[in-house]
Ligand binder design. Structure first.
Ligand SMILES: *Cc1c(COP(=O)(O)O)cnc(C)c1O
Length: 406
């Protein structure tokens, strides 16, 4: 057997139980040795895998050997990312995708059929909502949208055909926190699966599986990869359900490529360090903004003033790097504040090393009229700040000077 196939298999991934999350981020999913005794994982940049002879092929086809066959069905670099996320989330398995939306759409498609019913909290990621309400509905999948965190509305919405409840925790941009333990209780009683988009939380700040959630999805593009240089998505859960999702991924084709997988697992090794910094800057910034006269309201789950602070404090060990604020004044005045910032760059996305800032009315909700925006709760002066890993005081001082100048 060649070195490439022998090494990772002869030494199984490190057993990470009992270690802290920073240790798991570095060592989780890693075999104790790689080909050529390389310390770090090689990028197995190949589209397909060859068989030495027909006998080896037949041996494999009869299910008597575990190996790779073709790139869409598996790749060692991709499997490393999957093992690392499963170790961090405390789940049996995980599957990687080309981006967060590929992970979300493939997961939902694997669980529903015509006649199924899905419940979504109505502040979940805009494209997830679009997929369910505008796309799946064409194929006879029904849905109910319920207000953020409204568990009575959830109880009322569940029907015999309900297969799945979908929520983001925390949500974007208002960072609502649904009480996962109560959610689990309701869903388990009705045998409904729960799907949590945990992109904003990361497995450093929260582990939804430990609170009874079935499936955890991430846009790895954000905190997991963490450097604003690659797209990726992951879903974590128990072995049976993840293999079902993986089988559909191999049909639909939204696979993660080996080089992206390499960048994501490389980023994940410093996840703990980065997220701790972002938690720290986020909380300090939120407190300073709450006291600023130009700020009407701050939404940050680590502030005592946040409507679900109690649930956040119980479920999360840190509150992340996204701080949402509403300014006094007009759309133009909020824009002038953003333009006066020197450190945060104007861009969608979050969770990377660079601080980013955006005005949802001019970005995700640009095509809506001011009235329509108001109806979905997006005010003209709403600003989302996603802090990076720069010096906390540099970021905070820059934002404060922009508020005084802009
Ligand atoms: C960015 C994002 C997504 C989509 O992920 P992509 O990698 O851009 O496809 C899904 N959910 C949340 C919460 C996100 O922030």
């Amino acid at each position: 057997m060649s070195e490439t196939t022998r090494h990772p298999r002869s030494l199984p991934p490190m057993e990470v139980q009992g270690y802290g999350q920073d240790t798991v981020a570095v060592q989780g999913g890693e075999p104790r040795s790689y080909p050529h005794d390389a310390l770090t994982a090689p990028i197995v940049q190949t589209a397909t895998y060859s068989f030495r002879d027909t006998a080896e092929l037949v041996h494999y086809m009869e299910g008597r050997a575990e190996r790779e066959e073709y790139g869409r069905y598996g790749n060692p670099s991709v499997k490393l990312v999957e093992r690392k996320l499963a170790a961090l989330e405390g789940t049996e398995d995980a599957a990687a995708f080309s981006c967060g939306m590929a992970a979300i759409t493939t997961t939902i498609l694997a669980l529903v059929k015509s006649g199924s019913h899905v419940v979504l909290f109505n502040d979940c990621y805009r494209r997830t909502r679009q997929f369910v309400t505008q796309f799946l509905s064409r194929f006879g999948v029904e849905y109910t949208l319920i207000p953020p965190g409204d568990l009575q509305a959830l109880r009322d919405a569940i029907r015999p055909e309900t297969r799945l409840v979908i929520s983001e925790v925390p949500t974007n941009p208002y960072q609502n926190i649904v009480d996962l333990e109560k959610l689990a209780e309701i869903c388990q009683a009705h045998k409904v699966k729960t799907l949590i988009d945990s992109t904003f939380a990361t497995p450093i700040n929260m582990q939804p599986a430990a609170h009874g959630m079935d499936l955890i999805v991430h846009s790895a593009t954000k905190y997991l990869a963490g450097h604003n240089d690659v797209l990726g998505g992951l879903v974590a859960g128990n072995r049976g359900i993840v293999s079902m999702i993986r089988e559909l991924r191999d049909v639909l084709g939204g696979v993660c490529d080996p080089h992206s997988a390499y960048l994501i697992q490389r980023g994940m090794k410093t996840l703990g360090l980065r997220v701790q910094r972002q938690n720290d800057t986020g909380l300090r910034l939120a407190r300073r903004l709450e006291a600023h006269p130009r700020i009407k309201q701050v939404w940050y789950p680590g502030l005592e003033s946040h409507p679900q602070y109690a649930a956040a404090a119980r479920l999360m060990t840190g509150f992340g790097g996204v701080v949402t604020v509403e300014l006094h004044g007009t759309l133009e005045q909020a824009g002038a504040f953003i333009d006066a910032c020197k450190l945060p760059r104007i861009a969608p996305s979050l969770g990377g090393v660079e601080s980013l800032i955006e005005q949802p009315a001019l970005m995700s909700y640009f095509e809506l009229s001011p009235e329509q925006r108001k109806a979905v709760g997006i005010s003209d002066t709403l600003v989302r700040i996603a802090v990076g890993v720069e010096d906390p005081e540099d970021v905070i001082q820059d934002i404060l000077q922009a508020l005084d100048a802009g």
